[in-house]
Design a protein around this ligand. Structure first.
Ligand SMILES: *[C@@H]1O[C@H](CO)[C@@H](O)[C@H](O)[C@H]1NC(C)=O
Ligand SMILES: *[C@@H]1O[C@H](CO)[C@@H](O)[C@H](O)[C@H]1NC(C)=O
Ligand SMILES: *[C@@H]1O[C@H](CO)[C@@H](O)[C@H](O)[C@H]1NC(C)=O
Ligand SMILES: *[C@@H]1O[C@H](CO)[C@@H](O)[C@H](O)[C@H]1NC(C)=O
Ligand SMILES: *[C@@H]1O[C@H](CO)[C@@H](O)[C@H](O)[C@H]1NC(C)=O
Ligand SMILES: *[C@@H]1O[C@H](CO)[C@@H](O)[C@H](O)[C@H]1NC(C)=O
Ligand SMILES: *[C@@H]1O[C@H](CO)[C@@H](O)[C@H](O)[C@H]1NC(C)=O
Length: 281
């Protein structure tokens, strides 16, 4: 039996289309619940931020070492080389689940290292690597996840408060968790920078709760994170927060350590059962 003509044409079209040739990524949507659970299983909640209840799925696309564009799903393990430049794309899904959003809404995005100089002794927590406002929805969707709408800064409004600095964590300082977060921008910053409310340029020991109060921000509407493994942690580690070699987290949030990125779903499923009601901050 030969396949029907329409089927043959469809197969041929698929084989020839640029999308099929360049398909480099099995990017899939991640639910807001999975984002939330991953922030708990990684220990970021409550070690770094008290709680996260994302309204939207927030994605970052980066250039992988093999040259492909890839989506960061929460917990992806990246190399220093892969994170040496600003991401290729920021994008969002489920925006209609966020309150007080219009087509004109502007957003701000940061990147920080929660584990500076190391998770076992995070004396510079948090270290800010990027902060910029004036992001708006772009008419284009993500090239790796076509259901996610892109966010970008129109050139005329590009005034990053903290220009991007590439992560360069110390060798042998263990696994570092780098967090990207997305907030809606209060209208006053459409015409003024964050320095207008006294925000300081220093990037180390960035106090997020103080900062949110200073800028008048609500909670993050979305967030994601990746890890960079610098090699053996100098783990004098005694505290429950300093264990990067997590073998189980049945005890809940405080005991959670890092779960390797690729293949994180088992952790998510296991945690879904454990995660109770979290208060939004
Ligand atoms: C909608 O947003 C709320 C937080 O604002 C979150 O708790 C809920 O899970 C989100 N729902 C979906 C379907 O993403
Ligand atoms: C670094 O990334 C670029 C692509 O952005 C790639 O061409 C290069 O091979 C990478 N280097 C290493 C050492 O992986
Ligand atoms: C682009 O993204 C938006 C928002 O997620 C979605 O509603 C729309 O269907 C997407 N467009 C395409 C062509 O997939
Ligand atoms: C709604 O959004 C605008 C612009 O982001 C902001 O200035 C305003 O305070 C928000 N209102 C509420 C009730 O959150
Ligand atoms: C947004 O862009 C305007 C210029 O159009 C600028 O005055 C303002 O400082 C920018 N705000 C931020 C937070 O980047
Ligand atoms: C961050 O600032 C808040 C006040 O907004 C303060 O209560 C808290 O102790 C500070 N955290 C650190 C680690 O300094
Ligand atoms: C991880 O930690 C457990 C218990 O703390 C220990 O038995 C195990 O050897 C460690 N594994 C590695 C690879 O360090």
């Amino acid at each position: 039996m030969f396949p029907s003509l329409p089927t043959s044409l469809a197969v041929l079209a698929l084989a020839l289309s640029p999308a099929a040739v360049l398909a480099d990524d099995n990017a899939e949507s991640v639910s807001t619940l999975d984002f939330k659970n991953r922030f708990v299983s990684s220990g970021i909640v409550p070690e770094v931020i008290a709680a996260l209840d994302p309204a939207v799925s927030f994605y970052v696309t980066y250039r992988a070492d093999d040259g492909h564009s890839e989506l960061i799903t929460p917990g992806s393990s990246l190399t220093v080389n892969e994170t040496s430049a600003l991401p290729l794309e920021f994008s969002v899904e489920n925006l209609n689940n966020a309150t007080n959003i219009t087509a004109q809404t502007r957003y701000l995005i940061y990147l920080l290292d929660a584990d500076a100089p190391s998770r076992s002794s995070p004396t510079a927590r948090n270290l800010r690597h990027y902060l910029a406002g004036n992001y708006t929805l772009n008419s284009a969707n993500s090239t790796v996840l076509t259901t996610a709408q892109r966010l970008s800064i129109p050139e005329a409004n590009r005034r990053p408060f903290t220009p991007f600095t590439a992560p360069t964590p110390d060798a042998n300082s263990g696994v570092h968790r780098f967090i990207y977060a997305l907030y809606t921008q209060p209208a006053r910053f459409n015409t003024a920078g964050f320095e207008s409310v006294g925000m300081e340029a220093a990037t180390a020991n960035w106090n997020l709760s103080r900062w949110r109060t200073q800028l008048g921000l609500g909670p993050a509407i979305g967030a994601t994170f990746f890890t960079i493994d610098t090699g053996a942690a100098a783990n004098g580690g005694s505290g429950s927060n300093s264990n990067n070699n997590n073998t189980g987290n049945a005890a809940g949030a405080n005991a959670a350590g890092n779960v390797e990125a690729r293949g994180y779903l088992a952790g998510v499923v296991a945690l879904a059962a454990v995660v109770g009601a979290l208060v939004m901050v």
